[in-house]
Design a protein around this ligand. Structure first.
Ligand SMILES: Cc1cc2nc3c(=O)[nH]c(=O)nc-3n(C[C@H](O)[C@H](O)[C@H](O)COP(=O)(O)OP(=O)(O)OC[C@H]3O[C@@H](n4cnc5c(N)ncnc54)[C@H](O)[C@@H]3O)c2cc1C
Length: 414
């Protein structure tokens, strides 16, 4: 194990150190809270801070597999009261005749998923961690000076007041987002493709109650998603070219609502008020590998997706659930190469499938090739008529693919 210059004593030793306590890292920590492993969670920004980057103003569409994972983690009861069920998904393309409507009841499920504010999920996860005990937490604190060797990883944990401790772990988990310092320290490159789109998010209030329909509207400059919220109104995500996004961000609330209404149409009613807008540059980032020596990458540290299909967190949560299962059931060393190799192999199909599905959806609808629009319309119409296509999308919405983690199947972790 690499030796650091130690301030304040010998390195502290853990079995698993999770860097990043955002949506995915906090979920992994909670899943491991009852295990026999000594777990350390380090998060740079306090969970209730207004600058917390994972638990911000966004809303997340959670698939049913993710709901089951949260049930297994014991926090669904905390979330259910703030969750809006998605009972219908409506897909359309601006200026074209095709549209598709998927109804949960026709697919034999109560809902395709639920929409929950990120802040609510973050608060529930951290409450769950404090309730469960068993996980050592350093927050707000940042991980720096990571060194990885064949028998473990050592790194510094720096708190806001300048204190610094040196820690070692048999397994280092990168849950520190798209610009992961752990991924860099592990020497794992990430391939990044800029979509040249910026997503603007805002909650909006409408003049009529919603009926649980989530809308996805494809427009020439990027997609608009309009997701039902608990208590009424919608969470909106509007992706457009960067220059247009800058103009939209500079508009008054009223002018922004008019622009959104013009782009999206009237199927959800009249947009009356908008909450605070936030913006996110959109890119696809893919780590060349999801495991390295004594290291595993999960969530956005492994792959960052366009939000078009609402899959990024759902995929990251399945990373966390399967990793927790493998760690909790391993007889000895959670950072052993065999365990990491088997984990990576088990996640490959789900990861590859969701990345390809999301990326091709972005490219299909932005394609300006002659004939592409006709194909898209035919696709939407066929999709509206064809039960196998609907079932395929319903499966994606439900969050399955590859070996399903036990928690996602409604089973206990071990
Ligand atoms: C507009 C938009 C809408 C989306 N909608 C959906 C949706 O509907 N459904 C869905 O499934 N997904 C959605 N996503 C994707 C989803 O938000 C991400 O997949 C999710 O946030 C990934 O979580 P994460 O914990 O892996 O990473 P992050 O959210 O990036 O969290 C990383 C955490 O690590 C901490 N950190 C970073 N560096 C360090 C360090 N050195 N030391 C300590 N801590 C550190 C950060 O403070 C942060 O808390 C959306 C994304 C966007 C942009």
């Amino acid at each position: 194990m690499p030796k650091h210059e130690v301030r304040g004593g010998e390195p502290r030793e853990y079995d698993v150190a999770i860097v990043g306590g955002g949506l995915v890292g906090a979920s992994l920590a909670l899943a491991l809270a009852g295990s026999t492993m000594r777990v350390l969670l380090i998060e740079g920004v306090a969970p209730d801070s207004s600058s917390q980057p994972s638990f911000d103003e966004r809303t997340t569409a959670l698939g049913n597999a993710s709901r089951r994972i949260f049930q297994g983690l014991g926090i669904w009861e905390d979330l259910a009261g703030e969750a809006a069920a998605i009972r219908t998904i409506h897909v359309s393309e601006a200026g074209r005749f095709g549209s598709a409507c998927l109804r949960a009841a026709e697919q034999g499920v109560e809902a395709f998923g639920h929409v929950i504010p990120n802040r609510v999920m973050g608060a529930a996860l951290w409450r769950g961690l404090r309730r469960a005990g068993g996980v050592t937490m350093r927050v707000p604190a940042r991980v720096t000076a990571v060194e990885i060797a064949a028998d473990g990883a050592a790194f510094s944990v720096e708190t806001a007041d300048g204190a610094c401790e040196t820690v070692s772990a048999r397994l280092l988990v990168a849950a520190d987002g798209a610009n992961s310092v752990v991924r860099a320290a592990a020497g794992i490159p990430a391939q990044v493709e800029d979509y040249a789109q910026v997503a603007i998010t805002a909650a909006v209030v409408t003049d009529r109650p919603h009926d649980g329909t989530a809308y996805e509207r494809f427009t020439p400059s990027g997609p608009v998603a309009v997701l039902p919220l608990h208590g009424g109104g919608y969470g909106t995500v509007w992706a457009s070219e960067p220059a247009r996004a800058a103009e939209l961000l500079a508009l008054s609330d009223g002018a922004y609502l008019n622009a959104l209404q013009e782009r999206f149409g009237w199927r959800a009613g009249r947009f009356l008020r908008a909450g605070r807008r936030a913006s996110y540059p959109l890119r696809l980032s893919r780590a060349a590998a999801t495991v390295g020596m004594r290291t595993v990458l999960i969530g956005n540290a492994a792959q960052g997706l366009h939000p078009i299909a609402g899959q990024g967190f759902n995929l990251g949560l399945r990373d966390a659930a399967l990793l927790a299962e493998r760690i909790a059931t391993c007889a000895g060393d959670p950072g052993a190469p065999q365990l990491l190799g088997a984990y990576s192999e088990a996640r490959a199909a789900d990861r590859g499938g969701v990345v390809r599905f999301t990326d091709s959806l972005v490219k299909l609808f932005e394609s300006r090739l002659p004939g592409a629009s006709l194909l898209r319309n035919l696709g939407l119409v066929l999709f509206d008529l064809s039960p196998p296509a609907k079932r395929a999308l319903a499966r994606v919405s439900l969050g399955f693919g590859g070996p399903t983690p036990r928690l996602a199947r409604g089973l206990p972790l071990t």
